[in-house]
Design a binder for this molecule. Structure first.
Ligand code: NDP
Ligand code: PYC
Length: 335
C-alpha cells in the first residue's frame, strides 16, 4: 500500500531506525534530516533508498554511529572536525558555527571534515551555509567508480560539487551535482527499475560503451562533460582528498573493499562573506539578483527550482511514498 507522511513523521521514523541501530542522538538526527530532505525534495537517489545501505555499513562496522565528532579550531581560517568515523553530517553540525563565525570575521573560511562516512547529497549542507547569509561550496571524493576522460578503469569517484548563494527574502541559488555523467545512486535505481542508462554514461569491464546498468556498475562510469568534468573531479580528489590529508576515491575503495557500503573519506566546505569581498563597492546581493532575474527572464530555470517546488508540495501535502518504500520502512522497523 502507498502512503503519505508529513516531513516530521518521516524524520521521526528514520531517526528511530538509526537509534535502533545504535546511533547517537546527534548522528541519528542529522542522518534522518539529510535522508528525509532528499525524499522531501524529490531526490530519489539520496532519499530513503539510502537507509538500507547505511544500515549495512553500520553492521559491517565501517561507520561508528556512537562516535562524537571533535572540533579542532586554532582560530585560523581553516577549521577542522575530526569525525572519528561518524557520518559527515554530524561532523558538519559540530563545525558549522565556527565556520560561519570565521567566514564573517575573515571574509572566507574553510571547514575540513576528516575521517567521516559520506553517503548524502551536498545541497542540504550548502543550504545550511546560505541560511546564515554566507555563500558556500562543498565537495568530497567518493570511492573509485569513474574512469578519467580518455581512460576506461575506475579511478575517480562520482565526486559531488555544490554551491550556494543566499538570496534576500527567498530560496538560495544552489546547484549540486555529481561530476560523473550520473550519480551512482541513479545508476542503481535504473538497475532496480530495469531501465537502460543514457548513452555516454558508462563503459563495461572491457571498456566498451554500455547502457546496461549492471555492466556499468561492474565496469566504469564516465565523467560528465568529458575532459571538463574529469578535471573538476580530479580537483575534488586533490582538494578534498590529498590536500586535507584524507583518502582519495581510490584509497577509499581500497579501504572499504566494496561499493555496496557507504564510503569513508573527508570533506571540504568553504564559506564566503559576500559583503567582505565587495568591501562597499556595490551591494553583491542586489547585483546577484539582477543576474539571476535575467536568467529566469529568458525562460531558463534556476538549479534547485525543481527541488524547491517539490519541497513546497511536501510541506503542504506531505511526502508520498510508494508501496515499495512503505514496505522497506516496515522491514527496517522490524530489524
Ligand atoms: P542532477 O543532475 O539531478 O542535478 C544537478 C543540478 O542541476 C541540480 O542542482 C539541479 O537542480 C540542476 N538542474 C537539473 N536540470 C536543470 C535544468 N534544466 N536547468 C537548470 N538546472 C538544472 O544531480 P546529480 O544526479 O548529478 O546528483 C544528485 C545528487 O547526488 C546530488 O545532490 C549530489 O550531492 C549527490 N551525490 C552525492 C555523492 C556523495 O559522495 N555523497 C556522490 C555523487 C552525487 P534540481 O535538483 O532542481 O533539478
Ligand atoms: O550517488 O554517486 C553516488 C554516491 C556515492 C556516494 C554517495 N552517493
Amino acid at each position: 500500500m502507498t502512503g503519505t507522511m508529513t516531513i516530521d513523521q518521516l524524520t521521526a521514523e528514520v531517526e528511530r531506525i538509526f537509534q535502533a541501530a545504535g546511533a547517537s542522538e546527534l548522528q541519528a538526527r542529522t542522518v534522518a534530516e539529510v535522508i528525509v530532505a532528499g525524499e522531501r525534495d524529490g531526490c530519489a537517489s539520496h532519499g530513503i533508498y539510502r537507509i538500507e545501505g547505511c544500515l549495512r555499513t553500520i553492521e559491517a562496522g565501517k561507520v561508528d554511529v556512537k562516535a562524537m565528532p571533535e572540533l579542532d579550531d586554532d582560530g585560523s581560517a581553516v577549521i577542522r572536525v575530526r569525525a572519528n568515523g561518524a557520518y559527515s553530517v554530524a561532523g558538519l553540525a559540530v563545525g558549522l558555527p565556527a565556520l560561519a563565525e570565521r567566514a564573517r570575521a575573515l571574509g572566507l573560511a574553510a571547514l575540513v571534515i576528516n575521517d567521516c562516512t559520506h553517503f548524502s547529497a551536498l545541497w542540504p549542507e550548502v543550504e545550511q551555509i546560505t541560511a546564515l547569509g554566507l555563500a558556500g561550496i562543498a565537495m568530497c571524493p567518493s570511492y573509485a567508480t569513474v574512469a578519467p576522460a580518455g581512460g576506461s578503469k575506475p579511478l575517480l569517484g562520482t565526486n559531488p560539487l555544490a554551491f550556494g548563494w543566499p538570496r534576500p527574502g527567498g530560496r538560495p541559488y544552489v546547484f549540486d551535482f555529481a561530476t560523473s555523467f550520473m550519480a551512482r545512486g541513479d545508476v542503481e535505481l535504473h538497475r532496480i527499475a530495469g531501465k537502460p542508462l543514457p548513452e555516454g554514461c558508462a563503459v563495461d569491464r572491457d571498456g566498451n560503451p554500455t547502457t546496461d546498468p549492471q555492466a556499468a556498475l561492474d565496469g566504469a562510469m564516465l565523467p560528465f562533460g568529458g575532459h571538463k568534468g574529469s578535471a573538476i573531479s580530479t580537483m575534488i580528489e586533490l582538494m578534498a582528498g590529498a590536500m586535507i590529508g584524507d583518502m582519495t576515491s581510490a584509497e577509499a575503495l581500497d579501504y572499504l573493499g566494496t561499493t555496496t557500503l557507504a564510503p569513508k573519506h573527508g570533506e571540504l566546505l568553504l564559506a564566503f562573506c559576500p559583503e567582505r569581498f565587495a568591501a562597499g563597492r556595490a551591494d553583491p546581493f542586489a547585483r546577484a539578483e539582477t543576474l539571476l532575474e535575467a536568467i529566469v527572464g529568458q525562460g531558463a530555470r534556476l538549479p534547485s527550482q525543481r527541488r524547491f517546488a517539490a519541497r513546497a508540495q511536501a510541506e503542504a501535502e506531505g511526502i508520498e511514498l510508494s508501496a515499495e518504500q512503505m514496505q522497506m520502512l516496515a522491514r527496517m522497523r522490524e530489524r
